[in-house]
Ligand binder design. Structure first.
Ligand code: PLP
Length: 401
């Protein structure tokens, strides 16, 4: 039996989620924008899903904008915010933000997902906006002093993720949000990996925008959300209809949205159980990893997601380890799955000052609700075999010289 330990890349669709989606995949016709009963049925399914996603986020339903996933939400936020400021020069908000004239700046952390880093880079190259990168410390944290170091009078938006997809480090956002507020900055957090793994409270936290992705919490690929406080100025990127509060034109993907809603509902009601289940597996894995002298667990003493362990194995390349584990039917990721075709060290580990050689040997194990202790045992056995075989062939090579 193959063992799947790559749940931060994507999760298997929950059976209950699939069941909820099926009626909307052909059996029930109707465009949610149509006023007839068929349309109304679709519309009401979307609104029910919106309520469930809002509850998981600790937000109001009218703050949920459905998108196609985390990538689109991050792009909508960044481009939509910058476009809004540059399009509407007479806007009061713009005047308030643009206190001293000159270019407006946004600040994003060095460890963000590529779906935020790349649009930020594009914005910096193609617009009058400047982007500042907030440094991360060696433990994986973004500190207030790191934010203060890049913040200027012109900074109008700060973006720091809730939890990192590679190391699993959970950020303490509260002091950063306070800092942003004191400086009249808006605050966005990418909660794609945090949602369904740790409690979230959009309203109490004071953030202005939050990114979600359905397929990270046993929902379908192709659904996500941007949770938005209406104070944050934003313009749509896609023009056409007035769907999603006029922020995302296009007929809604009703089955995917319904699935996302069901997945969010299940994630909220099972949050504690799923979390303690993952933590049990993660602790067992880390106990096993202690027996390997070549292994270094990254950010081990930092507050991390209960399901995530990232570690380096001295003397190996992460890519080779990944392929050798795959031959033993064990699926993990080397660094971030979305950039796994690259062989350079992960930008997250690089930013944390992990030496290149160790960063290049990184493997990420991310547990999900369907994993068991026997998966942990299978992983430890496989890793042990790979390391032993390698050591044996190194000894043979040395003897033959
Ligand atoms: C932190 C984070 N943000 C955004 C994304 C992108 O989400 P999606 O795959 O839904 O576009 C990912 C996916 O790996 C992620 O881990």
């Amino acid at each position: 039996m193959a063992v799947y330990l790559d749940n931060n890349a994507t999760t298997a669709l929950d059976e209950e989620v699939l069941e909820a989606m099926l009626p909307y995949m052909g059996q029930v016709a109707g465009n949610p924008s149509s006023v007839h009963r068929f349309g109304r049925l679709q519309k009401s399914a979307i609104e029910q899903a919106r309520e469930s996603v809002a509850q998981l986020a600790g937000a109001r339903a009218d703050q949920v904008i459905f998108t196609s996933g985390g990538t689109e939400s991050n792009n909508l936020l960044l481009h939509g915010f910058c476009n809004s400021l540059s399009n509407d020069l007479s806007n009061d908000m713009r005047r308030q933000i643009d206190k001293q004239g000159g270019d407006t700046r946004i600040a994003i952390s060095a460890i963000e997902h590529m779906s935020l880093l790349e649009p930020a880079q594009h914005i910096m190259q193609k617009t009058a906006f400047d982007v500042d990168v907030i440094a991360v410390d060696e433990a994986g944290y973004i500190t207030s002093s790191a934010v203060t170091q890049v913040m200027t009078e012109q900074t109008s938006l700060i973006s720091v993720m809730s939890a990192n997809n590679e190391t699993g480090v959970i950020q303490d956002l509260s002091p950063l949000i306070t800092l942003a507020k004191e400086n009249n900055c808006f605050f966005h957090t990418d909660a794609s990996q945090a949602a369904g793994k740790i409690p979230l409270d959009f309203t109490a936290s004071g953030v202005h925008a939050m990114t979600f992705s359905a397929h990270k919490l046993y929902g379908p690929v192709g659904a996500g959300a941007l949770i938005l406080d209406k104070q944050l100025p934003i313009t749509k990127l896609q023009f056409g209809g007035s769907q999603e509060n006029n922020l995302r034109a296009g007929t809604e993907n009703v089955p995917a949205i319904v699935g996302f809603g069901k997945a969010a509902e299940l994630a909220l009601s099972n949050l504690r159980d799923r979390s303690s289940h993952s933590l049990g597996l993660r602790d067992a894995l880390e106990r096993g990893l202690k027996e390997f002298s070549a292994v270094t667990v990254f950010a081990q003493t930092t507050n991390r997601l209960p399901n995530t362990v990232q570690f380096g194995v001295a003397g190996f390349s992460g890519e080779t380890l990944l392929m050798q584990l795959d031959r033993k039917a064990i699926a993990v990721s080397s660094g971030s799955a979305c950039t796994s075709e690259k062989t350079e060290p992960s930008h997250v580990l690089k930013a944390m000052n992990i030496p290149d050689e160790l960063a290049n040997s990184a493997i990420r194990v991310s547990f999900g609700k369907n994993n068991t202790m026997s998966d942990v045992d299978a992983f430890i056995t496989a890793l042990n075999d790979i390391i032993e075989i390698n050591r044996h062939s190194a000894v043979m090579m040395a003897a033959s010289v």
